[in-house]
Design a binder for this molecule. Structure first.
Ligand code: ATP
Length: 396
């Protein structure tokens, strides 16, 4: 339908970006980025009239979004970009599809599929993107690309790690030169952290980090971060721990990428973690996770020495799920203790309350807490189970 609509307006219409790339790879991509050689906004208006759905127009970018029930279409006009200065915002003009593809980051992302009826489904490949996909190569489209937009360095690492690709030789040199010339310094810390986050959220965070290390980029995040054999082992343990948690089938909510981040910064000392958190505006919850990781070795020792369930409970009760998983990433032999806590101990509730203690003739006071804590301990350790047993325990 979109193709026919474009035909009637006499526009050429293409699907670009991740969709054609992943289609060639036989993978599914739900991002539908359309470009129109003509007028993208006019096309979007006509299309939403025809298909219904909701239309948002962004005049300042010359783009539009048509949101249908379970489909979102991003629509732009083919354009050409000029970067007046390093890492500045580009100046944009209408251009041909070829120019539009040339302004993109890598050949594998510069493919298009035509949607007009007469040539529906035809792959448009000016820069041999298909060949690079087959060879597993990340190749820049032009020599100034990384100066124009240094975030492409991180995009390159993300695609290289996601698909397990390598950099084409000249591209590798361009990466090394741009990095040596410190182009990353031009990025704001917000953007820098966002690029790290995207990489850690992608399919192969461990390779992503090892690429950051290989190209000497970790120090932009903190001078103290080290990628060594131990870190690599720990990063690899993350998947194992996530699989373990998945098999437990308990409901928890946390973001997996945070575990990779904790491992990445776990060698930093307190001051370095604080500097890192300040520089990147880290939120309170994440900051707490990073700080707790400083005490991991101590917690691991306590758990190994725990003599009964209540000792496990009182330690883990104060920790977030990410903290516990980090303990496992460091020492998987604690799996039984942490499993016991997650599946059972954390839900331990006692049924007796202050009322039963008053009934025994005591008046309310700080002693209540202590007494109730004693009952809880007995319950955690399996000495009492039912409400009746709790009451008997109280009476003793
Ligand atoms: P993902 O699978 O991670 O969504 P994607 O390539 O689809 O990857 P988007 O960020 O949605 O990612 O980008 C869509 C397309 O826009 C890319 O395929 C690429 O052609 C182009 N693009 C995105 N960011 C840049 C950039 N910084 N420089 C040049 N082109 C870019």
């Amino acid at each position: 339908k979109a193709g026919r609509m474009a035909d009637s307006l006499d526009f050429d219409l293409y699907i670009v970006g991740g969709f054609p790339r992943d289609l060639v790879l036989g993978q599914v991509n739900h991002d539908l980025d359309l470009v129109v050689e003509g007028d993208g906004i006019e096309f979007a208006r006509e299309l939403s009239k025809e298909l219904g759905g909701h239309l948002d127009i962004y005049h300042e970018f010359g783009t539009a979004v048509v949101s249908l029930e379970d489909l979102k279409l991003d629509i732009a006009t083919t354009r050409v970009e000029y970067y007046p200065q390093v890492a500045s915002l580009p100046e944009v003009e209408h251009g041909s599809i070829q120019q539009d593809l040339f302004r993109r980051d890598f050949t594998i992302n510069a493919l298009a599929i035509q949607l007009n009826q007469a040539s529906f489904g035809q792959l448009v490949d000016y820069f041999s993107g298909k060949k690079d996909l087959e060879k597993g190569l990340i190749r820049l489209l032009h020599n100034f690309s990384l100066y124009d937009d240094p975030t492409r360095i991180f995009r390159g690492f993300r695609f290289a790690s996601r698909y397990d690709y390598n950099f084409e030789e000249n591209t590798e040199d361009l990466f090394k030169h741009a990095i040596e010339l410190d182009v990353i310094e031009k990025l704001s810390s917000d953007r820098l952290f966002n690029k790290l986050e995207l990489g850690l959220k992608d399919r192969n965070p461990v390779r992503f980090i090892s690429l950051l290390d290989e190209y000497n980029i970790l120090s932009y995040f903190s001078p103290g971060i080290e990628w060594n054999h131990e870190t690599e082992i720990l990063e690899n343990n993350v998947t194992k721990v996530l699989d373990w948690l998945h098999d437990l089938e308990i409901v928890t909510s946390f973001e997996e990428w945070v575990l990779y981040l904790i491992v990445l910064v776990h060698g930093l000392n307190e001051t370095e973690i604080k500097d890192f958190a300040n520089k990147f505006n880290i939120n309170k919850n994440l900051f707490d996770r990073l700080m707790t990781s400083l005490k991991a070795d101590k917690y691991i020792r306590i758990l190994h020495d725990a003599e009964d369930n209540s000792a496990i409970y009182y330690l883990l009760q104060g920790l977030a799920i990410e903290d516990m998983l980090f303990l496992l990433i460091k020492d998987f032999s604690l799996e039984e203790e942490i499993k016991l806590y997650l599946e059972k101990l954390q839900w331990t509730d006692i049924e007796v309350s202050g009322e039963e203690i008053i009934a025994l003739g005591y008046s309310p006071g700080p002693i209540f807490r202590e007494v109730l804590d004693e009952v809880r301990k007995a319950k955690l350790n399996g000495e009492v189970e039912t409400y009746e047993e709790e009451k008997e325990y109280l009476e003793q």
